[in-house]
Design a protein around this ligand. Structure first.
Ligand SMILES: Cc1ncc(C[n+]2csc(CCOP(=O)(O)OP(=O)(O)O)c2C)c(N)n1
Length: 380
């Protein structure tokens, strides 16, 4: 048989049948961010929940203003305000059960406080005088994470471990749009999906990573679309609509709790203040953009809904403002007291078993403090 004849007889075998391992259609986010306030869906919203969200939003905004003022008075080293993003902060805290865990980033002090952490303790890290400042186990709130996205694999690990132990726990992890470019974001999403871990990822897309706009961060259709690549649903929500954020997160938490696996929620919002008190936002964005977002203010949106439905009057709004003032006055008074600190605490809670280097450094500090105390005692 000639070579050509042999070739003619060759019948390539078809490859084994291929199918997508997950149907991508139900995972895709909707074309528009989900909204409740000002839509027909608002009629179904629980009035008690709306009132509670409102009180927390008002308190949250006042907290941001007070904490920023404390940086100017030298009582706080730095404060990343979440003004404009309060709806995400508050909804994330309120949607969880006591047994669940919250994994916040440095931007999420309001969520931490709304979950029950003492407002002063929530600022201790930013004052620079202690580690986390609060006991993470007391309210099941992980430390406010400064290294971007590192809180996400932690959340996945905790949720997966809880599931293996048979504990009914959901972890909700918060991250910014910039954080979605980190390797930790991708690794966390992948493991969460492979393990079907009970985790909810809340991305607050506030437009910027410090001065870097989202367009320089990604050309994905939306951040919610990234979920599909990992095989989990992506949801888009109006991040300034507290009722909508609460709804979408509540669905995701329910799904996770029922064994349905993780969800990625992208909340479209805007950081009205600068990145922190140390940033000048006028260097990279115009007033018109900020003003346009002020028109879509989370507190005003909810207030309009509540007053329109007769669920809030001027007296009710005044009570919310007064409660916020009381909280701010207490925060001010307590933050103005000098903290009593033991420098040796620096070494506590770093590792369960301190490393040799840490032990060495601890002894060095102890010796320095003893020498200083001695020289002070010797002074006339
Ligand atoms: C791993 C890591 N890289 C860089 C930084 C420096 N950094 C601090 S905040 C920030 C921008 C993050 O933006 P985004 O994730 O959108 O969150 P936002 O501050 O807007 O809430 C950067 C790059 C960091 N904290 N951690």
């Amino acid at each position: 048989m000639t070579v050509m004849e042999q070739r003619g007889a060759y019948r390539p075998t078809p490859p084994p049948a291929w199918q997508p391992r997950t149907d991508p259609a139900p995972l895709l986010p909707d074309a528009e961010p989900y909204r409740v306030l000002g839509t027909e869906a608002a009629a179904k919203a629980d009035p008690e929940l709306l009132r509670r969200l409102y009180a927390e939003l008002v308190k949250g905004r006042r907290y941001n203003a007070q904490a920023t003022a404390l940086t100017k008075q030298g009582r706080l080293a730095v404060y990343p305000s979440s003004t404009g993003q309060e709806a995400c902060e508050v909804a994330a805290a309120l949607v969880l059960e006591e047994r669940d865990w919250l994994f916040p980033s440095y931007r999420d002090t309001l969520a931490v406080v709304a979950r029950g952490v003492d407002p002063v303790e929530a600022l201790t890290l930013l004052r620079g005088d202690w580690h986390t400042g609060y006991d993470p186990y007391e309210h099941r709130v992980a430390p406010l994470s400064t290294p971007l996205a590192t809180q996400l694999p932690h959340a996945v690990g905790l949720a997966h471990a809880a599931r293996l132990k048979g504990d009914d726990v959901v972890a909700l992890a918060m991250v910014g749009d910039g954080g979605t470019s980190e390797g930790d974001f991708h690794e966390a999403l992948n493991f969460a999906a492979v393990w079907q871990a009970p985790v909810v990822f809340l991305v607050q897309n506030n437009g910027f990573a410090i001065s870097v706009p989202l367009a320089k961060q990604t050309v994905a259709p939306s951040l919610a679309h990234k979920a599909v690549g990992y095989g989990m649903p992506g949801r888009l929500v109006d991040g300034n609509d507290a009722a909508a954020v609460h709804d979408v997160l509540a669905d995701a938490v329910r799904r996770a709790r029922a064994g349905g696996g993780p969800t990625l929620v992208e909340a479209i919002t805007y950081r009205v203040d600068a990145h922190t008190n140390a940033d000048d936002a006028t260097r990279y964005r115009g007033d018109a953009e900020v003003e346009a977002w002020r028109e879509h203010d989370p507190i005003a949106l909810l207030e309009r809904e509540l007053t329109g439905r007769g669920l809030l009057d001027e007296a009710g709004a005044e009570t919310a403002r007064q409660d916020a003032e009381t909280m701010a006055a207490d925060l001010r008074a307590r933050m103005n007291q000098d903290a009593e600190l033991d420098p040796m605490d620096l070494f506590t809670h770093v590792y369960a078993e301190p490393t040799p280097q840490l032990l060495e450094q601890r002894e060095q500090l102890r010796a320095e403090l003893a020498a200083e105390a001695e020289s002070e005692g010797a002074r006339p």
